[in-house]
Design a protein around this ligand. Structure first.
Ligand code: ACO
Length: 309
């Protein structure tokens, strides 16, 4: 994550908001925002730490997938920048865009490649510099998001992914949108001027609290498990109220839903891997534990998985 911590009180000094409004509605108290860091620089650091944790060297990595909506360039991709920086010369590298579900989508893509035997060792990331696509005059969106990157190593010889589910609903895409790609072609009469994230918060809330429990129930059924078999539910960190509502609908104690949003805010594709890393660093994860991961957001998209640690 970036060095610079920005608290709700810091925000209240530059816009008409308050710690009370933000924390009571979202659970967010602070987030980190980039000053000198970039999506690539955070991703490279996260990749190196993931390789160290997994005991994997760059020459073993043959696939790099970065889930991001905020790569530093249209091209080269963030994945190619990581490849060059870590010296993973034989890896194939590319980015995907599935917004807040991105890490789950990257995991599923890596799993498919590994299962058919094309590659053996993948480096997957969720990485975002969301502060670059916020409208800093729109207090209803900019207070929600943060910047950061999370990485994981996935290997063909480890059978940790027990089941997964993913889906998309493009018809509802504009409830959480960021056009941000104006066309300078002289034939285009009215290039879009909507450059920043625009969200219908209540529609996103309704989408999340219905789709996420149903997706989690699907992966549990596919894995032949019930909620009681699951040690932790590591959800995309959008909003504490969404997490509480999902826990209630699944009839699972909120204690099984670890959170990082109080100090991270919503980091889209990066939120699930950063949460998993925090759980790992705190010593919460023991071999054999079963964990549900779930991401949901822009597209609209959603993805869930059951993994065995
Ligand atoms: N500070 C102070 N007041 C604010 C702020 C702010 N930062 N933002 C909005 N307000 C005001 C509004 O102007 C409005 O004032 P008004 O009544 O005088 O017009 C009032 O607060 C209520 O605004 P709403 O937008 O109706 O607020 P709501 O109660 O719906 O809460 C929220 C907004 C927290 C975003 C809610 O809709 C929500 O939880 N949505 C879920 C979506 C979400 O979490 N999205 C995250 C990104 S998407 C994803 O990752 C999946």
């Amino acid at each position: 994550m970036p060095e610079t911590v920005v608290t709700n009180d810091d925000l209240s000094r530059i816009m008409d908001t308050s710690d009370e409004w933000i924390s009571s509605r979202t659970g967010i108290r602070e987030r980190r925002l980039v000053k000198d860091e970039t999506t690539a620089s955070m991703s490279i650091k996260a990749s190196i730490r993931a390789m160290e944790n997994a005991g994997v060297t760059a020459d073993e990595i043959d696939l790099i997938i970065v889930a991001t909506v905020t790569g530093d360039h249209v091209t080269p991709s963030t994945a190619c920048e990581i490849q060059a920086a870590i010296g993973a010369d034989k890896a194939v590298a590319f980015d995907i865009n599935a917004a807040c579900s991105g890490f789950l989508f990257a995991l599923h893509i890596a799993d498919a490649y590994l299962k058919i035997g094309t590659y053996k060792t993948a480096l997957i990331l969720g990485a975002e510099t969301l502060s670059r696509i916020m409208d800093w005059s729109d207090r209803s969106t900019c207070v929600l998001f943060g910047d950061g990157a999370g990485a994981a190593i996935v290997r063909a010889d480890q059978t940790g992914l027990l089941a997964y589910d993913q889906g998309s609903d493009g018809a509802r895409g504009m409830v959480l949108a960021c056009p941000n790609r104006s066309n300078n072609n002289p034939l285009v009469k009215n290039p879009t001027d909507m450059k920043f994230v625009n969200m219908d918060g209540q529609e996103v809330y309704k989408f999340a609290v219905t789709t996420v429990p149903s997706s989690i129930n699907k992966v549990l059924a596919e894995a032949g498990l019930t909620t009681e078999d699951i040690d932790y539910f590591a959800l995309h960190q959008a909003n504490i109220r969404i997490i509480q509502a999902v826990a209630k609908r699944l009839k699972v104690s909120e204690d099984k839903f670890p959170t990082s949003l109080d100090h991270c805010g919503n980091i889209s594709a990066a939120s699930v891997p950063i949460l998993l890393d925090e759980m790992n660093q705190k010593g919460l994860l023991k071999p054999g534990m079963k964990i549900v991961l779930s991401g949901f957001g822009g597209g609209l998209t959603w993805g869930s998985a059951v993994i065995e640690w």
